[in-house]
Write a protein that binds this ligand. Structure first.
Ligand SMILES: Nc1ncnc2c1ncn2[C@@H]1O[C@H](COP(=O)(O)OP(=O)(O)O)[C@@H](O)[C@H]1O
Ligand SMILES: [Mg+2]
Length: 338
């Protein structure tokens, strides 16, 4: 097949995406496919033709320690287009578009809507599910309605502190990922600082009760839950640096849980996946509340990290599904009509 892997994009998570994208592209090449790896944000006027596809599989990328400077990137590529010229044309001559994007219009449904309307098969979830998953406040309302436990929360759009805040709490931009702009605070002064930080990324900000307990994530692949992974940051919480710099977080897969708890977690993850109408794969984040034993759902990721060391590929490996097979399964699922 001819597969275009879309990565990068104008998103705080572009570096993570470029790493996922290059590894997915290599894997698909190893499986015998012709692959074009494209940074969706860059204008490729006239240069994107059939020649963009290769079977070499020699892509590589390293993630810098800190999130990318989007203002500097914008200066590099003036204008307001989120999709570079020529990118969609290449998608249209591909058999499948593999979305390795994280955050922004690659994950919030906008790109999915464009690809759907052009009749181009793409991986992951459709645009309505992406939209529901991208905004954490919308997801949480749908989780609640489906009986999936989730922490109490309020939303501020003004950056003002709402009346009903209890400490400690977690502040996060509603639609970011990779812990970008997320803070845990226990007093009003640090809440103000946290709101200012979150506001750099988005004006709609979620303030959520802190859930104390062990953290887990559960991948869903083709309608089944993969073995859960436990995430244990060596200190602090699972922030951007602890997510992407090696050695800062211990990850245990399969998670050490009793059979009954593992089943309850898997069932809750599937319920959350279905509550948002997600597609062939996703990854759902949880904290097991120490006080009550409940698995409290934080959020759903429609395009989870896809390096072999990312959480979902580790879970797939624990289920006997290697990285190449995982990438192929996801690529093929784009061609299935429901
Ligand atoms: N309510 C919460 N209680 C405790 N920790 C939280 C809470 N919400 C988020 N966190 C911590 O912040 C991290 C990022 O939050 P999450 O909601 O998963 O957003 P994202 O991964 O999209 O940035 C989580 O992995 C967890 O470590
Ligand atoms: Mg998360």
């Amino acid at each position: 097949m001819k597969i275009t892997v879309l990565a990068g994009g104008f998103s705080p998570e572009r570096d993570v995406s470029l790493l996922s994208g290059s590894l997915i592209a290599n894997s698909l090449c190893h499986s015998g496919h012709s692959v074009a790896l494209i940074d969706v944000f860059f204008p490729y006027e006239g240069v994107l033709t059939d020649d963009a596809f290769t079977t070499d599989g020699n892509f590589c990328y390293n993630i810098p320690k800190t999130p990318p400077d989007l203002d500097a990137l914008r200066r590099q590529v003036p204008g307001s287009a989120l999709i570079g010229e020529g990118v969609l044309k290449l998608c249209a001559i591909s058999d499948v578009v593999f979305l390795a994007l994280h955050g922004g219009m690659g994950e919030d449904g906008r790109l999915q809507a464009i690809l759907s309307s052009m009749g181009i098969p793409y991986t992951g979830s459709d645009f309505s599910a992406c939209l529901a998953a991208m905004d954490k406040s919308v997801s949480k309302l749908l989780f609640r309605a489906a009986g999936v436990p989730t922490a109490d929360f309020t939303v501020t759009r003004t950056g003002e502190i709402p009346h009903a805040v209890s400490y400690p709490c977690v502040v996060k931009p509603c639609s970011c990922g990779s812990s970008v702009g997320v803070s845990i605070v226990d007093n009003e002064a640090s809440l103000k600082e946290a709101l200012a930080l979150a506001k750099k990324y988005e004006t709609k900000i979620l303030i959520e009760d802190l859930v104390v307990g062990r953290e887990f994530s559960v991948g869903i692949l083709d309608g089944k839950a993969l073995p859960a992974i436990e995430i244990r940051p060596k200190d602090g919480f699972y922030d951007y640096e602890r997510k992407y710099q090696s050695g800062m977080t211990e990850e245990i897969c399969p998670a050490e849980l009793s059979e009954a708890d593992a089943k309850r977690l898997a069932d809750t993850a599937l319920k959350a996946h279905r509550a948002l109408g997600l597609g062939s794969y996703s990854r759902i984040d949880f904290i097991r509340e120490e006080r009550t034993g409940r698995f409290v759902c934080l959020e759903a990721n429609t395009l989870p990290g896809m390096t072999p060391m990312s959480l979902l590929p580790q879970e797939a490996a624990a289920a006997g599904i290697g990285y190449d097979e995982l990438c192929l399964t996801i690529a093929h699922s784009a061609l299935k009509t429901e």
